[in-house]
Design a protein around this ligand. Sequence first.
Ligand SMILES: Cc1ncc(COP(=O)(O)O)c(C=O)c1O
Length: 458
Amino acid sequence: MPETRVAPNQTLMPVTAERDAAGRLRVGGCDLADLAATYGTPLYVMDEATVRAACKAYVQALAKHYPPGGRVLYASKAHCTMAMMALVASEGLGFDVVSAGELHTALKAGVAAERLVMQGNNKPREELKLGLTSGVGRINVDNLDELALVCALAEELRAEPRILLRVAPGIEAHTHDFIRTGQEDSKFGFDLKSGQLDEAMALLAEHPRVQWLGLQAHIGSQIFEANAFSQTADVMVGLLAELRARHGVVAAELDLGGGLGMMYTATDDPPAIEAAVEATARAVLAACERHGYPTPKLVLEPGRSICGTAGVTLYAVGGRKVVPGVRTYLAVDGGMADNPRPITYGAEYTAALAERVTSGAPEVYTLAGRYCESGDILIKDVVLPSPQVGETVVVFGTGAYNHAMASNYNRCGRPAMVLVGEGKAELVVARESLDDMVRLDRLPERLRKAAREGLPCP
Ligand SMILES: Cc1ncc(COP(=O)(O)O)c(C=O)c1O
């Protein structure tokens, strides 16, 4: 396995990617074109070594730069499969879960409920109940109504939830509007100007079963400026100090969310995991010192930077369409249903051929998906060496928010996924079959009959 000196979020390809002498691309010691032939396409490939390296980078950086200690929670929303949950758990991380589905996946994978933190701006009552009866470690409460619900459920279930309150800290991270969450006008978290936090504290004082541990913020995703995290740290410790002054409470924990960016294209320049953690940790320590505040445990919630660069997606080339003088479309057998990020956020990706680098004249292609939307374009301009029909195209950086956001648009089954490492590939998600496409449909008998016996189609 090649040594890597860059952080796992600072590579375009998984850390184990290598071309052999014949120009064939391997990840985790597995030949990508062979994987495509064995498992079919589209195929998600996850590199175990890259995920492990990213987990270790977070855990070690937190231990090194934040002596009071803390916890790294993997944000399951980025990529939630049983294999991923088990893998990340084995590196000592906890989990941020946003739904009963994510919670169930973690428990099914063998993760202890105590390691889970429930998140989200509208957790359904039944899901909160499930969390409380399963014994989740924390609930990050998003608003006053939810706090009232958690208090009521604690009484009803005789539970003793430990909670943090999520706030919108008013930090405008420089990222896409849809993935920016820390600004004042956000659906997430308590508003800071309207006294909602004071109301929350008053409510908590009436419900001693519910233990308040601290505050949480998450300012957005795909963030490239470490100082956005230090700024958040500063604001949040200031808030804790205000709460102490007004309510006499001292937080045991401060959760600063996730959001560190990763490399999708050669121009992306995210800080290394360690640098981002160090900047955050330093800012928390400095702000605590300034306010004379006892240092809380520091909680981080990385998603994309744990698993994004670990993933590649393999597609088969179906054909090309030349629009003279305009562009050449190269159609592949996947697209917006397995990777909705380009059509949703205008996200950019890079790609290469699995079996060769340079033979054939390099040309610029528009990598088009197979779905019935003109906007289903995976990459606008990508230089590839004259791909032939049937060849395998590898799109890099698809480990986060691809499988997790995939759909069955056009009734296409979602791709299979393999986990690769040390020359072995293991199937961790089976390909959806045609029967899976109709598994949840129910056809009233009268309609089945009508389809057979109704009007003829001229
Ligand atoms: C509350 C919270 N924590 C953590 C994350 C993970 O973000 P990222 O994948 O950018 O690290 C998100 C993503 O939206 C989030 O909403």
